[in-house]
Design a protein around this ligand. Structure first.
Ligand code: PMP
Ligand code: GLU
Length: 400
């Protein structure tokens, strides 16, 4: 018995797999510090939880409209106006089971077999997989640590062919923390203006975890706004990863297509979570800034500690909660630990070594299209960050 061709092409999510492995080791009683999965360590703020409790009590227990309740779509349109200065009607918003589904819906709605989708590398693990699911072809544009993990307009233009259907651009970026400034986005936009058939899928899920003071969106440029799909949601900004609410803000024809798709395979997202998300967007935004400040402090801490580790090359991320150091200076090195010989040839070997010898879970850069680096999530307490970096330093010293 065989799986479909489509599924055979698909790789499991390395971020979720590493997190699962770390939970298994923890269940065996091993003290693992988990820097693998990217999610805020904070609890969902109380006023948001109260709105969900009220929704349960008020019997919000039925199917919701496929694109989400009108109140939530209105709240999102208001957020886009007030925070981003963008004009979207509620009919241009579609809510899904997390931003992950929002990206996947968009890719499935737009990409036909053979279409090319430009994905800057390093990339979030799921983008190429979603393109493969649509039987499209991911086209990677490499941006290494020496260019702060950001692609240039010339690189973008060189990757465009008559088959290019879309560009997926994530800023602030997972896994690198790179943030495109307004001027940098504008320079990329100036290339895109010449190719009116290309859709921009702008993943802004880390919008609020930004250390440069302002967020820029591809949708702010009037000459391409009608072919930008904004991806966003409540997971990261409001510490709501488990509630599963994401959205797209897009031209109506794309919203309608995603609505049709979603209506056939998942329906509207969880009714109670939608009420919680509405409270997140309409309530006080103080919690967002409090968490952002904590992430910024931790960014400063982890960058300082990582720079003290010999052999790692570390840039300064400007957003999100990931550090993506280059670790390739350890490739070819060996260690003998408790009778077991370790050889580090790849970033996945490197991450496995850190997990099993150092008891720190990270993710090798291979899964992000950057085999020289590895990813650490610093959405952890200051104390755990210090402990993790000490452990990493100790076990890397054993490699010769
Ligand atoms: N885009 C990026 C870049 C992400 O890191 C994540 C987090 N998994 C998502 C989208 C999906 O977020 P959600 O939890 O809302 O599905
Ligand atoms: N975005 C998070 C990460 O990259 C969550 C895991 C996932 O959805 O892949 O770790």
């Amino acid at each position: 018995m065989e799986l479909s061709n489509r599924l055979q092409l698909l790789q499991p999510s390395a971020t979720l797999a590493m997190s699962q492995k770390s939970s298994e080791l923890k269940a065996q009683g091993i003290d693992i510090i988990n820097m693998s999965v990217g999610e805020p360590d904070f609890n969902t703020p109380d006023h948001i939880k109260q709105a969900a409790i009220k929704a349960v009590e008020d019997n919000f227990s039925r199917y919701s409209p496929v694109p989400g309740y009108p109140e939530l779509r209105k709240a999102i349109a208001a957020k886009l106006k007030n925070e981003n200065g963008l004009d979207y009607a509620p009919s241009q918003i579609l809510c899904s089971n997390g931003a992950k589904q929002s990206v996947c819906n968009t890719v499935l709605a737009l990409v036909s077999p053979g279409d090319e989708v430009i994905i800057p590398a390093p990339y979030w693990v799921s983008y190429p997989q979603m393109v493969l699911l649509a039987e499209g072809k991911p086209v990677f544009v490499e941006a290494g640590i020496e260019q702060d993990f950001k692609i240039t307009p010339a690189q973008l233009e060189a990757a465009i062919t008559p088959h290019t259907r879309a560009l997926i651009l994530c800023s602030p970026s997972n896994p690198t923390g790179a943030v495109y400034s307004s001027a940098e986005l504008e320079a990329l936009k100036d290339v895109l203006v010449k190719y009116p058939e290309i859709i921009v899928i702008a993943d802004e899920i880390y919008e609020h975890i930004n250390y440069i003071g302002s967020h820029a969106s591809m949708a702010q440029f009037a000459d391409i706004a009608d072919r930008v799909v904004i991806i966003n949601g409540v997971s990261k900004a409001y510490a709501m990863t488990g509630w599963r609410i994401g959205f797209i803000a897009a031209p109506e024809w794309i919203v309608k297509a995603c609505n049709k798709l979603q209506g056939q395979y998942t329906s509207g997202p969880c009714s109670v979570s939608q009420k919680a998300a509405e409270a997140a967007y309409t309530g006080s935004q103080e919690c967002v800034e409090t968490m952002r400040q904590a992430f910024e402090r931790r960014r400063d801490l982890i960058v300082r500690l990582a720079r003290e580790i010999e052999g790692l090359e570390v840039n300064e991320p400007q957003g999100a909660f990931y550090l993506f150091p280059r670790c390739s200076s350890f490739f070819g090195k060996k260690a003998l630990v408790d009778g077991r010989e370790w050889t580090i040839n790849t970033s996945t070997d490197f991450a496995m070594y850190l997990l099993e010898v150092g008891h720190v879970a990270t993710v090798g850069g291979d899964a992000f299209g950057s085999p020289e680096c590895f990813r650490m999530s610093y959405a952890l307490s200051d104390e755990d960050i210090c402990r993790a970096m000490q452990r990493i330093n100790n076990c890397l010293k054993l490699l010769k």
